[in-house]
Design a protein around this ligand. Structure first.
Ligand SMILES: [Zn+2]
Length: 276
């Protein structure tokens, strides 16, 4: 995986927070790439207001080269907790890698939401400016505009897969949650293995208060960003967590490696399923 990635810049988390106080700065690499890319399209979502200021949730669409079958729609979400910009940075890394090797995204339409909590990001807080943990608000009739906008995205695009990126300052290693389709765990395991090139896995029996096996948690909090309950064919749902105290560039690499592995593995599993 290393060979296809550019050499990471050694930057610290503190620098990122200082440099990227505005969402616009954090997503600048997407904007820049979208101007010259054949694959990346900017699709900003409608604005909302908070304390008299206008905010938008940035959204980008990476349309890979045509594949054999139906287009596979994946939603990738980051910085739902405003003090976790690591995921947004990792997504700039991912699109740069895909731009260089578009075949990695063959057959995919990737819907990328790098900053799901722009007010929290601006304030460097986990919660949004309304004082809410947005990742406990999904599908409970939340009045918060960020949640409503993201619910609409999840509902209307009917994603085949949902991947959410988080960073946990209480974990010494990588781990993840699986929900939705059964094959989620068959995607998370190789994704964690690919990410382990950069950072260790959290192998504790209990992580974040949940029982865990080899860094995989099979349950979740209520109200997390996922598909609505009761779908006939739920998407695969994976939440990736990096250890937030680890060097930032290693978290970025770990996320990018995990995401690329999920794309490869899912396409492979779909191809196998079609041949059964
Ligand atoms: Zn988080």
């Amino acid at each position: 995986m290393r060979t296809i990635l550019e050499r990471p810049k050694a930057i610290t988390r503190k620098q990122v927070i200082a440099d990227h106080r505005a969402t616009e700065t954090l997503v600048a690499p997407f904007e820049e790439l979208a101007q010259r890319s054949h694959y990346l399209i900017r699709k900003p979502m409608p604005a909302f207001e908070s304390n008299g200021q206008r905010y938008t949730l940035p959204r980008y669409l990476f349309l890979g080269p045509k594949g054999g079958g139906d287009v596979i729609r994946i939603g990738i979400f980051a910085t739902l907790h405003g003090d976790e910009p690591e995921g947004a940075l990792a997504l700039t890394r991912l699109v740069a890698a895909l731009e260089k090797n578009p075949d990695l995204a063959q057959g995919y339409a990737l819907f990328i939401y790098p900053v799901c909590n722009p007010t929290g990001f601006q304030d460097n807080t986990r919660h949004s400016r309304a004082g809410v943990d947005l990742n406990r608000e999904f599908w409970i009739g939340s009045p918060h505009p960020e949640v409503q906008a993201l619910e609409t995205e999840v509902w209307t695009h009917a994603f085949h897969g949902i991947v959410t990126l988080h960073s946990d300052d209480t974990s010494h290693g990588l781990y993840g949650y699986v929900n939705g389709a059964v094959l989620s765990e068959h995607l998370l395991e190789p994704a964690l293995r690919a990410a382990e090139i950069y950072l260790p896995r959290n192998r504790r029996r209990t992580i974040d208060g949940f029982p865990a096996r080899r860094g995989v948690i099979y349950s979740s909090y209520d109200g997390v960003l996922r598909s609505p309950a009761g779908l006939n064919q739920p998407p695969f749902e994976i939440t990736l967590e990096t250890p937030q105290r680890a060097p930032l560039h290693l978290q970025v690499e770990a996320f990018a490696a995990a995401l690329q592995t999920i794309l490869l593995e899912y396409r492979y599993l779909m191809a196998v399923a079609q041949n059964i």
